[in-house]
Design a protein around this ligand. Structure first.
Ligand code: CO
Length: 470
């Protein structure tokens, strides 16, 4: 066993991405972020996570902001700190596998606009779905971090994780992240997992968890002692609950030890002071639901991410079947087993969750089957760790063809077609990528942007004509 070097722990700050995604439905605006970015930049963080699928989608859809513009503005103010994003493998930030040319172009443009570190994950841990993005990040001289979608189950032994870590290192990743989206990683298991990974690979190991189940800070402590290199934390006003453990708490915990971050406590206090009124406002408006702030022990018992629990609740409500909640919760692990014991993270969490609802509400298992379930069972999302339940597969897809190749091999290059479809709206190269990911939402945004400009031009003309009162 190798001796673990004790060294200062590094922190990725998630307040500009995961923290507000987890607690306030990704509604923090660029305007709210910008005044504090320079201070965040002074802390000395390993990186600032600021971009991902939900931030991109919510910017366009709800905030009527250009996500590319947000990225450039943050980059402009964060001169010293690496900027980080989350990337869904071949699905980029969307929900379907894209042609390789779109994946490559997205990586290229993300880096050109200011991203340094791209955290790439796949909901089935099928590394073939990550290859194109990793290669593209290597080519653009970005940092390619591959995330293991962490989950529990018979198939997920230490050997499974170390084998996959070795493969990730060999495919050219610069670091590995243990992505524990549900807060399932317990402190002593973290010791075992981090120790095993550190003994297997040379590249740095980062740990990402959520506080949902209440063990997050303890898990970080044990992981740091076991030699993990970086932990993901959120400034206290948007920490805990379904978000990350608090930055200030972890900084204080390691003070005076070999793991001391050396961050300036006073500076952190000023940053927290800035975000606190934003939190208060969100509480008052109902955007921040106190339900998301406590410990949800059901995530440990049923092993499902917090976000999935709230999705199930709203699906059942729509079907007037709220009384079936616990039946559905018990059905989730059974569906997951039928579906090859996949991790539960976007989009597999939605696929398994919706199917579990149908199995219970429909009165017969797999009588009603979603399109996504059929796609998963015919290999269109990739390879699962265990084989599918053959009986279930037969019932759901009949004699339809099952593919075993890399799903994106069946998706032709599509950038040119996409360019042609949206040419009339194009104001910058990046627009085609926004359109590729969220076609309808992007077009609505482009129209809004156009209308705003016309309105502004009119104002300028009015002012020139002296129409404004002096
Ligand atoms: Co997360």
């Amino acid at each position: 066993m190798t001796e673990i070097a004790k060294k200062p722990i590094k922190i990725t700050e998630t307040i500009l991405r995961d923290a507000h995604q987890s607690l306030i439905a990704t509604r923090m605006t660029t305007e709210q972020m910008l005044p504090i970015v320079e201070k965040l930049d002074q802390v000395g963080y390993h990186s600032l996570e600021c971009w991902g699928g939900a931030t991109f989608d919510a910017s366009l859809r709800f905030l009527k902001e250009d996500p590319w513009d947000r990225l450039r503005k943050i980059r402009d103010k964060a001169k010293n700190t690496k900027l980080q994003m989350l990337f869904r493998g071949q699905n980029i930030l969307g929900y379907r596998p894209y042609g390789d040319d779109v994946v490559e172009y997205f990586v290229q443009k993300s880096i050109a606009n200011g991203i340094d570190i791209i955290r790439i994950f796949d909901c089935l841990n099928d590394l073939r779905n990550l290859e194109t993005a990793v290669k593209a990040a290597n080519k653009e001289k970005g940092h390619a971090q591959v995330a293991l979608s962490y989950t529990l189950g018979d198939a997920y032994t230490l050997e499974y994780w170390t084998n996959i870590a070795k493969e990730i290192e060999n495919m050219g990743a610069d670091s590995i992240c243990i992505k524990d989206m549900a807060g399932l990683l317990l402190p002593y298991t973290a010791t075992e997992l981090v120790t095993a990974l550190k003994e297997t690979v040379k590249i740095p190991i980062q740990l990402h968890t959520h506080y949902t189940s209440g063990v997050g800070s303890m898990t970080y402590l044990k992981a740091v002692e076991a030699g993990v290199d970086v932990i993901d934390c959120a400034m206290s006003p948007f920490a805990l609950g379904t978000s990350q453990p608090a930055t200030e708490v972890m900084v204080e915990t390691f003070k005076g030890t070999p793991y001391d971050t050396g961050y300036d406590t006073k500076l952190l206090e000023e940053i927290a002071d800035y975000f606190r009124p934003i939190r208060d406002e969100a509480l008052e408006s109902g955007l921040l639901d106190p339900k998301n702030m406590g410990v949800n022990i059901k995530t440990l018992i049923y092993q499902v991410p917090g976000g999935m629990l709230s999705n199930l609740t709203s699906q059942l409500k729509d079907l007037h079947a709220e009384d079936k909640y616990y039946e559905v919760l018990e059905e989730v692990p059974r569906v997951r087993q039928d579906f090859g014991e996949c991790p539960l993270v976007t989009p597999s969490s939605q696929i398994v969750g919706s199917q579990a609802v149908m199995n219970v509400v429909g009165g017969e298992r797999y009588k009603m089957v979603t399109k996504e379930s059929k796609d998963l069972l015919s290999g269109h999302y990739g390879k699962t760790v265990k084989p599918f339940n053959e009986e279930v597969q037969k019932k759901c897809i009949g004699d339809a063809e099952v593919i075993t190749c890399r799903p994106a091999d069946l998706v032709p290059n599509e950038l040119e077609t996409l360019e042609a479809e949206m040419a009339q709206y194009k104001e910058q190269d990046e627009d085609v990528l926004s359109y590729a990911l969220f076609p309808q939402v992007a077009v609505d945004f482009f129209k809004y942007r156009e209308a705003q400009k016309t309105k502004m031009d009119a104002t300028v003309a009015d002012t020139k004509n002296g129409a404004y009162p002096v």
